[in-house]
Ligand binder design. Structure first.
Ligand code: PRP
Ligand code: URA
Length: 206
């Protein structure tokens, strides 16, 4: 299932992020800020456990997150979301998957994988700002399942209907959270209206 995180504070930042005049420094900040909002929504069902606490006044009981989490950015653009995710989940582990789209076919070409082996109970959170044909995300989740991950979610910033349909047909068990669902893909498999090439805009390589 795909959840579109609708919120005025997300929309406001998305408007600046889409703007072709926005330079990499601000673009990176906007990616981080939207990622934080996305995480807040996507992680509201994280398991917690009771912990005893001594406040200055009395003993009470608090709740701590009780899930082992592995963040999995898809290189390169997924790195833009990593700092924000580590900010809200400082105890998370990180694995990375390198994936480059073939420019003609948009097929994902995996070139690197360094993900901790799964014990089976961990929550793996795949992060990548762009969800276009869905090929990269489908492949990333397939790799994680092969490694033994059973609980996986996918967070992205801008999605296309084509990608959502493709992903849901391959991984109907993996929830997706997106900050914007756009209109369509163009003939070069770019999201329209989109924001262009996220990796180039994050890393200043236009
Ligand atoms: C972009 C983006 C996603 C992918 C999305 O990566 O960061 O990983 O395309 O497209 P898809 O849904 O059609 O697979 P790209 O291959 O351009 O590499 P980069 O992040 O290194 O720029
Ligand atoms: N990758 C991007 O960075 N942007 C798109 O629109 C599609 C894939």
């Amino acid at each position: 299932m795909t959840t579109v995180v609708n919120h005025p504070l997300v929309d406001h930042r998305m408007a600046y992020m889409r703007d072709v005049a926005t330079q990499p420094k601000l673009f990176r900040e906007l990616v981080s800020e939207i990622t934080t909002f996305l995480a807040y929504e996507a992680l509201k069902d994280l398991a917690t456990e009771e912990v005893p606490i001594q406040t200055p006044l009395t003993k009470t009981v608090g709740r701590k997150v009780a899930e082992d989490i592995v963040l999995v950015p898809i290189l390169r653009a997924g790195m833009g979301m990593l700092d924000a995710m580590l900010h809200v989940l400082p105890y998370a582990k990180v694995g990375v998957l390198g994936m480059q789209r073939n420019e003609e076919t948009a097929e994902p070409v995996p070139y690197y994988a360094k993900v901790p082996p799964a014990k089976g109970h961990e929550l793996a959170i795949v992060i990548d700002p762009m969800f276009a044909t869905g090929g990269s995300a489908v492949d990333a989740v397939s790799q994680l399942k092969k490694l033994g991950y059973r609980k996986i979610i996918f967070l992205n910033l801008v999605s296309a209907p084509e990608g959502i349909e493709n992903f849901e047909s391959h991984h109907p068990d993996v929830p997706v959270f997106t900050a914007a669902k756009d209109e369509r893909l163009n003939s070069h498999f770019y999201i329209v209206p989109g924001l262009g090439d996220a990796g180039d805009r994050i890393f200043g390589t236009l």
